[in-house]
Design a binder for this molecule. Structure first.
Ligand SMILES: Cc1cc2nc3c(=O)[nH]c(=O)nc-3n(C[C@H](O)[C@H](O)[C@H](O)COP(=O)(O)OP(=O)(O)OC[C@H]3O[C@@H](n4cnc5c(N)ncnc54)[C@H](O)[C@@H]3O)c2cc1C
Length: 571
């Protein structure tokens, strides 16, 4: 048996261990089958993985109805374990807006220190708390939690919010689209039916059937790097840090990853020989021997789950084809190093949700939907580029790549300056948008904000996410400092004519001027939006800065039109 046969996608194969008990959701006969009518829906999302569920939950929060179908009736991968484990600050901020952050924080594990070893030597160390501005957000740099818990919380939240009809055990088996409509055929335990949709979101993951049927062009790369995960529980906990070994003496000098997740389960991920047999490397006695080599003879350990995997990287050439938007693993697949897979699926969903809502409500021009492709394709390409570089460091080709790695490790053992060359994964960050038709070249435009603290006028602490939640699908205009009466009139006129909520941001003492106001005593709002002193920042519902400017003038009106793709309509 070869890895290519058993684990050739970025998925898992269940091999050993008790696995996890995953929730099962009921199949309900769809109304189309029950009443025999042909339904037309504005939005159908195919695939209830972390990406499709985030989109569904975001739409539900914005009050937009949608249908979400999945061929399965559970979260995670049935009979197996969690794929994703690390969730970034940006994802956690999105989950905070969706109302599930508290559940994630209560279940997950916070971490910030990462250490990399080559043999016995530490060759790289980071503390994410030291990186600029991480501490400004209410959310920590990372939380480790099994992916299926997040998916389960999203399902709960969607059910709480209403709006989205989740249909389990509905498999998409055929699809066609034209200028007028998309038609989906679904297979269910009660039979086959069709439904029509204006917009279809392909969130079916790395084996997307839609991508095949629509013959979507994509780039693909597959190497011979092989891994085997052991999810385990220890009698005695190792330190609560992310440890990686670029060369682990206890794993034939190959790489090893060690992370804690929820339920006191540790993920130990071992790099294997390129020609290894996946059935052999995941046999329980072989896994135990590997664990003993690392943690000592007789180590007190329960095996929760074992799975061999390989990975490939892929990226579509376009994120949209007519009525279909590709997101998450259906748009791009990356190696797991750096936690860029699920986290960027969440960001794809957050990016499209408010745009769909704004366009469907007639608040924005249809070209706003094209900016999904501008922004998220740029992000996908960047994430593929960064993770491919890590993959090449971990499994270098013979020749220059291998010599570079050997030189980097040798230098890093002795000199601090060489340590950043050690690449065991560049952890995911919020991607910036430089090529978006709805951003401009003002400072901060296309950059993500953080969920920084502010003060309400009564002195209580609030957060930027509170303001974004209040604005809903509207843009949030933050105007900093006192305003002349003409400026006040302009802001009021703009808010009355565009989908925009305006808030005056004051220092510690200044009096509010007959409009919504908050205080920014530490300057965090201005810092995170990059707004000039006494100027303004236009923040989108996904927390990205659309534009900033020094004065309430025509440029602000232009920026609002551009951010909502209304320019082309009015030109
Ligand atoms: C070992 C490993 C570790 C990883 N670690 C991390 C990490 O730490 N952090 C991180 O962010 N990411 C990580 N990832 C990546 C992450 O798991 C994926 O990027 C993520 O699962 C993609 O989510 P998705 O919703 O796009 O696709 P999926 O999770 O694959 O979901 C697709 C859904 O579509 C459904 N579906 C498929 N076909 C049909 C059909 N025809 N009809 C109806 N439904 C259908 C499936 O049932 C499934 O529910 C890791 C991956 C691996 C393999």
């Amino acid at each position: 048996m070869t890895y290519r046969d058993t684990a050739h996608t970025n998925g898992y194969e269940f091999t050993q261990g008790a696995g996890y008990a995953l929730p099962e959701y009921p199949f309900v006969e769809p109304p189309e089958l029950r009443d025999g009518r042909r339904a037309h829906h504005p939005i159908v999302i195919v695939g209830a993985g972390i990406t499709g569920l985030t989109l569904a939950c975001s739409l539900a929060r914005l009050g937009v109805p949608a249908v979400l179908v999945d061929e399965d009736n559970t979260v995670g991968v049935k009979g197996a374990s969690s794929r994703g484990i690390c969730y970034t600050q940006k994802s956690l901020e999105i989950f905070d807006r969706l109302g599930i952050y508290e559940r994630i924080a209560a279940k997950g594990i916070r971490w910030s220190v990462g250490r990399t070893f080559a043999g016995e030597d530490e060759v790289y160390r980071f503390d994410l708390r030291d990186q600029g501005g991480f501490g400004l957000s209410a959310q920590p740099p990372f939380i480790n939690i099994q992916q299926f818990y997040i998916e389960g919380f999203l399902v709960e939240r969607i059910l709480e919010l209403g709006q989205v009809d989740i249909r389990w055990k509905n498999r998409l088996v055929a699809f066609e689209q034209d200028d007028r409509v998309a038609t989906l055929t679904l297979e269910t335990p009660a039979g086959r039916y069709t439904m029509q949709a204006d917009h279809v979101i392909d969130a079916t993951g790395s084996a997307s059937p839609l991508r095949k049927w629509l013959q979507v062009p994509f780039d693909s790369k597959r190497g011979d790097d092989r891994w085997c995960i052991a999810d385990v529980r220890f009698g005695t906990r190792p330190p609560l840090e992310r440890h990686t070994w670029i060369e682990a003496p206890f794993n034939e000098n190959r790489a090893v990853w060690q992370h804690l997740m929820a339920d006191d389960v540790w993920r130990i991920d071992y790099q294997m020989a390129p020609d290894s047999d996946p059935a052999y490397v995941s046999r329980e006695d072989v896994v135990r021997e590997r664990l003993e080599r690392q943690f000592g003879r007789g180590v007190d350990v329960d095996i929760v789950w074992v799975g061999p995997y390989a990975y490939r990287s892929e990226c579509v050439h376009a994120m949209r084809q007519q009525r279909v938007f590709f997101m998450g693993d259906s748009a791009k697949i990356v190696s797991p190093f750096g936690a860029r897979g699920g986290n960027t699926g969440v960001a794809d969903a957050d990016n499209l949700a408010w745009k769909l809502a704004a366009v469907l409500r007639g608040q924005a021009g249809p070209a706003l939907l094209e900016s999904y492709q501008d922004e998220r394709l740029e992000a996908a390409r960047e994430n593929v580029r960064v993770t491919n570089r890590t993959a090449r460091f971990l499994r270098p080709a013979d020749g220059v790549e291998r010599r570079f790695r050997e030189a980097a490790i040798a230098l890093a053992k002795r000199h601090a300056f060489a340590r950043p060359l050690i690449n065991t994964g560049r952890m995911a960050v919020a991607n910036a948008y430089h090529q978006s038709r709805v951003c401009d070249d003002s400072p901060g435009s296309g950059e993500s904000t953080q969920n920084v603290a502010l003060r309400w006028l009564d002195g209580r602490v609030g957060r930027l996410n509170d303001l974004l939640g209040w604005a809903g699908t509207d843009l949030l205009l933050l105007v900093f400092g006192p305003l002349a009466s003409t400026e006040r009139r302009r802001v009021r006129a703009l808010a009355a004519s565009a989908p925009l909520r305006a808030v005056q941001v004051l220092d510690r003492r200044a009096a509010p001027q007959a409009m919504e106001a908050v205080r920014d005593p530490a300057g965090h709002l201005r810092q995170t939006t990059a707004a000039p002193a006494g100027g303004w920042a236009l923040v989108r519902p996904d927390g990205y800065v659309a534009a900033t400017g020094p004065a309430v003038d025509t440029d602000l009106v232009r920026s609002v039109a551009r951010a909502l793709a209304l320019e082309e309509q009015t030109a």
